[in-house]
Design a protein. Structure first.
Length: 388
């Protein structure tokens, strides 16, 4: 029985074949370290890194590829953005739908007395009202941090409205696009995003260990303080760390094989028939199809994602009388269906939708899933309920 993989919000699977091939070839043939030597292999590695910067810049609407800063994941990118912006006495605004990658850095900074922050409450279906953000602005507010698409409910936030609000009030907008990058069309300039944080291994279909912090062309990088210092291959005659992009925020050897795979993931999406709009519509259709049919066919089924709202392909649910952990284990062992249970590193989001502390079962769909797989999963869940 072939596996049915519904855990794409954790990491996408499978990847396009070109992703696997490029990672392997980079390690076997292109083993040079970019920016560290003058030989052919090092130069080729540098060209590969730049090619990927350029692809990401074009994909998200940034003119200057040097404003793409490679990180290990979205978590590192968010830490770099949040901690890098923190100044004594400043205020941040975020929401109740955030991942711990946002809330924990803010909490640590507040514990140290550096900043304070406000959590704007979402509605029960996970949607943020921009007016609540406006009402939370203080005289010392520096930035708004918004999870573009929830990893719990799949709710997509009104980033255009929030971006206009931030621009009008001279606030920095940090967008956590861990779940939306590669799934929802994003244009940094049109959305008034100043700092976009993403991971490469989810919607962008790249390898794990890849991510980026992308700065808008207008954002002043001097607003950000680096978190790491070290070797960059540039200005090596000085002890002072470089102050230009991307070296200001990148030091040490990059994950070049991962970056090679990320390029192919972005390339796959860019050349997908119909583009990212079709990918977005397909994942939304998967969510809507599952919710609609599961409600009708599974006794005791409660869904926390709204089929009438635009969805990134993420659905959370519970079944009365059966724990989330029992459901996911049973699906895996008996039907080879891969899903996730628990709080999904977003406890405040679960409090918002009323599923704390027990959590939910999460199905997260990818572009390689099918409606037939969704039908099989509903049949399996119905069987589990009937066995109880």
């Amino acid at each position: 029985m072939n596996p049915i993989y519904f855990d794409n919000a954790a990491t996408s699977f499978p990847k396009p074949d070109a992703v696997y091939t490029s990672v392997y070839n980079c390690m076997q043939v292109g083993g040079g370290n970019p920016g560290r030597s003058g030989h052919k292999m090092s130069i080729a590695a540098g060209q590969l890194v730049f090619k990927t910067r350029k692809a990401l810049a074009e994909f998200f609407g940034v003119r200057n590829p040097m404003r793409v800063i490679f990180t290990l994941n979205a978590t590192e990118a968010l830490n770099l953005a949040i901690i890098g912006l923190a100044r004594k006495g400043t205020h941040f605004i975020t929401t109740s739908m955030e991942h711990n990658s946002t809330l924990r850095p803010l909490h640590e900074l507040q514990k140290k007395g550096l900043i304070n922050y406000t959590i704007v409450e979402a509605s029960a279906d996970g949607l943020i009202d921009p007016v609540k953000i406006l009402d939370s602005i203080q005289t010392n507010t520096r930035a708004v941090i918004i999870n573009h698409a929830s990893n719990v409910t799949g709710t997509i936030q009104p980033i255009l409205e929030i971006g206009k609000l931030c621009r009008k009030n001279n606030l920095i907008l940090i967008a956590d696009c861990a779940q939306s990058a590669g799934t929802v069309p994003i244009h940094i300039a049109e959305s008034n995003i100043d700092i976009l944080c993403l991971t490469g291994h989810k919607g962008l279909l790249g390898p794990r260990g890849t991510g980026a912090m992308i700065l808008s062309d207008e954002f002043d990088e001097q607003e950000l303080t680096p978190l790491k210092f070290g070797g960059t291959g540039s200005l090596s005659d000085r002890i002072d760390h470089p102050d230009f992009l991307p070296d200001k925020f990148e030091c040490g050897t990059l994950n070049v094989p991962g970056i090679a795979g990320l390029y192919e993931g972005v390339n796959f999406i860019s050349n997908f028939p119909g583009g990212i709009a079709v990918i977005s519509a397909t994942k939304n259709s998967f969510s809507r199809n599952f919710i609609t049919h599961a409600k009708n066919q599974i006794k005791g089924f409660t869904c926390y994602s709204d089929e009438n709202m635009r969805n990134s392909g993420v659905v959370s649910f519970n079944i009365e009388g059966i724990s989330a952990s029992e459901i996911t284990q049973w699906l895996s062992e008996n039907h080879n269906i891969m899903s996730r249970q628990g709080l999904h590193c977003a406890p405040v989001a679960h409090k918002t939708i009323g599923t704390f502390p027990q959590g939910t079962v999460r199905f997260s769909f990818g572009i390689f899933n099918t409606f037939s797989e969704i039908e099989q999963s509903i049949s399996a869940l119905s069987r589990l309920v009937n066995e109880k």
